[in-house]
Design a binder for this molecule. Structure first.
Ligand code: ZN
Length: 140
């Protein structure tokens, strides 16, 4: 199994996973993200306290790439400070836009590295960045 297969598997598994797909009881932020070019729509909920993302979850519909990207992003930002989440967003966008390709620098992205090759599929880039752009708007 080559690395591309491993990455495809990470995306498929996460797109089907229900673990981050729920409603928060006390969200402090409810963020809508829409990608009309594919029909992806997500609602990202955060519970932020003292600058820390205590909990995060999402609901919505869309293609495997958008849904997997959202779930993986939630795994990464849960428990993180908002500034740290902002750094991860910047790193993810740098990877997708090919401004950064050094794997050692991209390491903090963990499973989100699976989207590296989406940079070669312009039509899918908007799907992959949807949750990250949605979060970025809130952090800015
Ligand atoms: Zn999509």
């Amino acid at each position: 199994m080559n690395l591309d297969d491993v990455y495809s598997e990470i995306i498929i598994e996460n797109s089907r996973s229900a673990k981050n797909r729920r409603k928060l009881a006390n969200p402090t932020h409810s963020l809508l993200g829409v990608n009309p070019s594919c029909g992806d729509e997500i609602i990202l909920e955060l519970e932020v306290e003292g600058g820390v993302i205590k909990d995060a979850a999402f609901s919505g519909d869309g293609c495997a790439i958008s849904q997997a990207s959202t779930s993986i992003m939630i795994d990464l930002i849960k428990g993180a400070k908002m500034e740290k989440a902002g750094e991860l967003v910047e790193l993810f966008l740098a990877m997708i836009q090919r401004r950064e390709s050094d794997d050692s620098l991209l390491e903090p992205l963990e499973d989100a590295l699976a989207f590296k090759n989406v940079a070669n599929m312009p039509a899918r880039v908007k799907c992959a960045v949807l949750p990250w752009r949605t979060l970025e708007k809130e952090i800015d």
